[in-house]
Design a protein around this ligand. Structure first.
Ligand SMILES: Cc1ncc(COP(=O)(O)O)c(C=O)c1O
Length: 369
C-alpha cells in the first residue's frame, strides 16, 4: 500500500539529533518513572516490579479504563479501547471506518495521519484549511458546504496542533449538527484535551457530544509521559466493537508497565495537569513577549496545548528557513510546509525555558540578517 511521506516525522528523523535548541518538540517536560512515583506519592507501587511480564488485559486493564472514563462525561469501560499511542488510535479508527471512495473531510493544519491515511485507502479526501484571520477556528458556513450530505468522516484536532486554537464548546455542538446532516462520523484527535490555558482545562469531548463522535487521546501531551506509548479510543459500544475487531490483528495488548503507570498518572490527573499548565504558561509568556517585540513575526496567541504557529516575514520558504537556521545556529523549528502551510513555523514552548528564551533571540537575529 502506497502512502505519502509523513513530513513532520521525517523532519524529526532528519534534524532532531543535531539540534542544540529543539523548539520543534510538542511535549511538556517528561517525567522519569521515579519522578512520577514521587510526584503522585504512590505507596504500593513497588508491587509492579513483582508482576510477571505476561500479556496484559487485552483491551486494557479495568483500572486504566476506569481512570480514562473519568476524563469524559458519559463513557464507561465498554466505550474505551487502549492503543499504542494516539498514533495507533487514529490509524485503527481509519482502518475500521474507511473504504475506497468514501468522502473524508480533514480540517488542516493537523497531524498528517488525518488526511494521508484515508488517501492511501483510496478515499476522496477534502482538506479544509483553517485561516489565521479566523483565529484558526473553522468557518462553519464553509465547513457545512464542504461536508454536504455525503461525508463519511470528518477529522478534527482539538485543541489544535500546530495553532493552539481551542474550539469553543458551543462551536463543537454546531460542528456536530453539521456532521449529523450526512450522518458522518467525527474522528476528534483530542491528544491536547486537558491543556486549555484558561477556564476548564477540558473542552467537551466530541465523543460525549455525538453518538458518532470518536475521541482519541494519549499519555503523551497532557500527562507528560510520551515514553509510555499509550493511547486510547473512546466511542459508542458498537463503534468500539468494530474497532476491536480490527485491533485483534494489530495490538494483542499494550505493555503491562505502560498500562500500570498510565493508570497511576490519570488517577492523579489534577496534580499532573496543574504541573503541565504551570510550565506551559511560563513558556507561553516567554513566547508572547518575544512575538510582541519581534517585527518580522505574527502570532495568534495559542489558547490550548503546547504549540504555536508563527508567521514570519522572509523571502525564504519555511523549509529553507528552518534548514538554514538550524545549520547556522543549532535552533530547530518545524517548517509550516510539513503541515501544508508555507511562511509559518511551529514552535513548542512547554519545555526547557532557558533554551527557549535563548533560541528565540537567535531566531530574531537570523530574521534581521
Ligand atoms: C495531534 C496529534 N495527534 C497524535 C499524535 C501522536 O501522539 P502519541 O504520542 O500519543 O502517539 C500527536 C503527536 O505529536 C499529535 O500532535
Amino acid at each position: 500500500m502506497k502512502i505519502d511521506t509523513f513530513k513532520v516525522e521525517e523532519w524529526f528523523n532528519k534534524y532532531e539529533k543535531d539540534a542544540v535548541y529543539d523548539l520543534a518538540d510538542t511535549c511538556v517536560e517528561p517525567f522519569s518513572i521515579n519522578e512520577l512515583l514521587e510526584f503522585t506519592q504512590c505507596k504500593d507501587c513497588s508491587e509492579i516490579f513483582n508482576r510477571k511480564l505476561n500479556y496484559g488485559a487485552i483491551h486494557g486493564s479495568e483500572r486504566l479504563k476506569k481512570a480514562i472514563s473519568s476524563l469524559y462525561k458519559n463513557q464507561g469501560s465498554q466505550n474505551i479501547t487502549i492503543t499504542h499511542g494516539a498514533i495507533g488510535a487514529n490509524q485503527l479508527v481509519m482502518l475500521t471506518l474507511i473504504e475506497p471512495k468514501d468522502k473524508v473531510v480533514s480540517i488542516v493544519p493537523t497531524y498528517q495521519q488525518h488526511y494521508s491515511i484515508p488517501k492511501s485507502f483510496g478515499a476522496d479526501v477534502r482538506m479544509f484549511f483553517l485561516k489565521e484571520e479566523n483565529n484558526w477556528l473553522p468557518d462553519l458556513d464553509e465547513l457545512e458546504q464542504v461536508v454536504g450530505n455525503d461525508t463519511k468522516l470528518i477529522c478534527i484536532n482539538n485543541p489544535n496542533n500546530p495553532t493552539g486554537a481551542v474550539i469553543p464548546d458551543e462551536m463543537i455542538l454546531k460542528i456536530v449538527e453539521i456532521a449529523k446532516k450526512s450522518n458522518a462520523y467525527i474522528l476528534a484527535d483530542e491528544v491536547y484535551r486537558g491543556l486549555n490555558h484558561s477556564g476548564n482545562p477540558f473542552s467537551i469531548s466530541f465523543a460525549d457530544a455525538y453518538s458518532r463522535g470518536i475521541s482519541t487521546g494519549s499519555m503523551s501531551k497532557v500527562f507528560s509521559l510520551a515514553g509510555l506509548r499509550l493511547g486510547w479510543i473512546v466511542a459508542n459500544d458498537d463503534i468500539i466493537d468494530n474497532i476491536n475487531h480490527q485491533r485483534e490483528y494489530n495490538t494483542i495488548s499494550v505493555g503491562i508497565l505502560d498500562d500500570y503507570f498510565a493508570s497511576i498518572a490519570i488517577e492523579n490527573k489534577e496534580k499532573i495537569i496543574s504541573r503541565a499548565l504551570e510550565k506551559i504558561n511560563i513558556g507561553k509568556r516567554i513566547l508572547l513577549d518575544w512575538a510582541n517585540s519581534e517585527p518580522y513575526v505574527h502570532l495568534i496567541s495559542p489558547q490550548g496545548g503546547t504549540t504555536a504557529f508563527v508567521r514570519f516575514e522572509s523571502s525564504l520558504s519555511s523549509m529553507d528557513l528552518c534548514k538554514k537556521l538550524q545549520q547556522q545556529t543549532g535552533v530547530m523549528l518545524l517548517p509550516g510546509e510539513t503541515l501544508e502551510l508555507d511562511k509559518y513555523v511551529r514552535i513548542g514552548y512547554g519545555n526547557n525555558f532557558e533554551k527557549l528564551e535563548k533560541a528565540l533571540k537567535i531566531f530574531s537575529a537570523f530574521l534581521h540578517q
